[in-house]
Write a protein that binds this ligand. Structure first.
Ligand SMILES: Cc1ncc(COP(=O)(O)O)c(C=O)c1O
Length: 507
């Protein structure tokens, strides 16, 4: 395969773009020397100093953190690739907007500006603010899920599943088979399997279905998008059975970009048009504004008056008054601008292009990664990387710990550790074991990304030194957040010794 396949793929498709009058066109810059690298369409005007602690300190820090990258202190982290949630770089326009925030408990102008922006991009009548994405999931689940009801979805997200289960619901994942193939050429691995959805509804009857949930840029399978064609099919099934369709739009920006680049029918549509089309197919859209709009907060949009009125009752109870919902007004102003900027291809292309670059470089070196590159981050296939580690010793968690020790880069386990045990105490073995290296938007430079690639290649060459982990403290719910683990042997000391042998006194 062409070693620059994924990156070239974007360029080829982008060339077919054309400019609608008055619309910003995605920059298409070719390099004379034919290098295939993403070009930043922004400049950096505020910077933050980073430290890279020596490998011995990294080993100590990992042990102090109970081998859980969530528990590392940021002062010990060189590149923070844990998440893209609430850590994307804001634009000058977003920062400026924060200064005009109208601070009041009720009826602030800030709220109306945000409401009107959401109305413009989604074309929906109502907006309910919430403090973050999972708060929206709480409100939606409490409103729609009754004990024993089923929520079919392309794939679950951790907090989504917890809220549905807490309300007595059952999650059914119906992602297309390609979605669970780590290495694939399928460009829409986040698609729902339409036949499976039909069968499930027929089997249980539509009354048992609380709602159908589609997740944009499907997080836990590697930031993989769904196609608009697939969403249309899901909508038509929901129409046939009278079922509510809910979109989790937290990772919508990446999905929009992929539809534009990868779905033939929409290469000539603007991001705005694609967004409106998606929204027109959904009954409820909710999002984490820590991701969508590069701010902090969340919200629920709908045009359905009955659903709106039911959900509205819960907002003052759990979030805050209806015109702030737990968000700071400054963040709401930044979000309004961030949503506006999400309609700009130059802005939303940066994440996917950096991720494609990183995936490409790792593929060239034979490191097993999720392909095609998705949004959100670069996902290392730990099941393949660490074939010798059984799933109940958390290969993705072990890889996250090992990679931090080798590089000072913090990633996130997305595998069995991120699951919850069955009621009988047995492990739920995850479909995939991923180390997610999230790409906070516009935060890291290309040389930093190259550093992360370099250390990952080293680790891959030394993968036989890595062994598993076991829990020492295991919370019942969302254990990956603050559970603590230990290595099953002294493999981490051996890894440090090898690092010193190969890198000398290098950090
Ligand atoms: C797809 C998806 N849904 C929901 C959430 C929850 O959002 P928040 O972290 O703002 O609670 C996230 C967060 O990462 C997410 O990726």
């Amino acid at each position: 395969m062409d070693p620059d396949y994924y990156y070239r793929g974007y360029k080829k498709l982008l060339k077919t773009n054309f400019k609608n009058e008055g619309e910003i066109e995605m920059a298409n810059v070719n390099f004379f020397c034919n290098e295939q690298i993403p070009l930043e369409m922004h400049k950096v005007r505020i910077v933050q100093k980073l430290e890279l602690p020596p490998v011995e300190r990294r080993l100590k820090a990992m042990n102090e953190a109970g081998n859980n990258t969530f528990l590392l202190k940021n002062r010990d982290v060189f590149m923070d690739m844990l998440t893209d949630s609430g850590v994307n770089a804001m634009s000058d326009r977003q920062q400026a907007a924060m200064l005009i925030a109208d601070d009041s408990y009720a009826g602030s102008e800030t709220f109306f500006r945000l409401e009107s922006k959401l109305n413009e991009i989604f074309g929906m009548k109502y907006f309910l603010p919430a403090h973050q994405g999972r708060a929206c999931e709480n409100i939606i689940s409490q409103t729609l899920v009754k004990p024993g009801m089923i929520v079919p979805m392309n794939y679950h997200f951790t907090t989504t599943k917890s809220h549905i289960v807490l309300n007595g619901g059952i999650v059914e994942e119906l992602v297309s088979d390609a979605g669970l193939e780590p290495a694939s050429t399928n460009l829409f691995k986040g698609n729902m399997d339409i036949a499976k959805l039909n069968t499930l509804i027929d089997k249980h009857g539509p009354d048992k279905i609380a709602f159908v949930r589609m997740e944009a840029g499907t997080n836990l399978i590697g930031g993989q998008p769904f196609s608009l064609e697939n969403l249309e099919k899901v909508r038509s099934i929901c129409d046939n059975y009278g079922i509510t369709l809910v979109l989790d739009a937290s990772l919508l920006a990446d999905n929009l970009y992929f539809i534009k680049c990868r779905e033939e029918q929409y290469t000539h549509a603007s991001i705005k048009e694609i967004t409106l089309k998606i929204a027109s197919l959904c009954d409820i859209i909710y999002f984490s504004a820590r991701k969508l709009g590069c701010a902090r907060g969340g919200g629920i949009c709908t045009s359905n008056t009955e659903l709106f009125e039911k959900m509205r009752e819960l907002v003052p109870l759990y979030e805050g008054f209806l015109t702030y919902g737990g968000m700071s007004v400054r963040e709401m102003e930044a979000l309004t601008v961030g949503l506006d900027e999400t309609m700009d291809e130059d802005i939303i292309s940066q994440g996917p292009q950096f991720i494609a670059f990183m995936v490409n470089e790792l593929v060239k070196k034979g490191v097993p990664v999720i392909t095609p590159p998705g949004g959100l981050g670069c996902h290392i296939n730990a099941m393949e990387f660490l074939k010798h580690i059984p799933q109940d010793q958390y290969p993705a968690g072990a890889l996250a710990a090992a990679f931090y020790i080798a590089s000072g880069v913090r990633g996130m386990e997305r595998g069995t550790m991120s699951e919850q045990r069955n009621p009988d105490g047995s492990e739920v073995l995850s479909n995939m074991e991923l180390l997610r290296l999230a790409m906070p938007r516009r935060v890291y430079t290309l040389s930093q990304v190259k550093y992360a690639v370099d250390r990952m290649v080293w680790l891959y060459e030394n993968r036989n030194l890595i062994e598993g982990l076991s829990f020492t403290e295991e919370p019942k719910i969302l254990r990956f957040f603050f559970g603590r683990l230990k290595p099953v042997s002294n493999w981490q000391e051996n890894l440090v010794a090898k690092f010193r042998k190969d890198f000398g006194d290098s950090l």
